[in-house]
Design a protein around this ligand. Sequence first.
Ligand code: PGA
Length: 230
Amino acid sequence: MLVAANWKMFKTRAETGAFCDAFEPPAGVDVVVCPPFTSLDVAVASGLAVYAQNVHWAQEGAFTGEVSAPMLLDLGVVGAIVGHSERRQYFGETDETVARRIVAALGAGLRVIACVGESEEEREAGQTELVLRLQVEAIADAAGAHPGLVLAYEPIWAIGTGRTATPELAAEAHAFVKGILDVPVLYGGSVKPDNAAELLGRDAVDGALVGGASLEVDSFEAICRAAIPS
Ligand code: PGA
């Protein structure tokens, strides 16, 4: 089981340090935190496993505003989220650029959480499987079932909305995704302490990518504890 805290554009360096001082990852579950770039070094210094929220495909170059895999490794960062729906929605990330980022990150030795998921309109139009197939096939064609790669199934309508996929619906989507690319699949989208155990109890659910509920130590610790196999 892997539980990842995606802090998005939250937490200053001082706030990151305070979280890391107070947070005790429970034994029996892999836990990673994904702070904004400016707080990565503070989180690394705490001894926690740290992922970035994005990574560029080139090692260096004229790519203003981007950060490369060797730069992250230089900081002690061990992985990166790639293709989060907020990157796809607001920053023009495509299946092609997601694939390029994943290949470069894995090649450099970073682990990767690659995100896929359908929008509400796509689900209502009966296109969930079509959308997931296109997104996952792009990743599978580029990277295959690399040992450093996990996917995160995050239905866009469940992110930050308080609307969670039912465990049945999540399990169905995870099984579909694994049928295309057989790697561990995390669930993301309004995971909270009170729904984590039920979601993580499903066979096809290999962990969680947690946004809002990862910002507070107590709620993130509770979700991590729910992931400990019984
Ligand atoms: P949320 O975010 O837990 O706040 O819904 C999840 C994510 O975007 O990774």
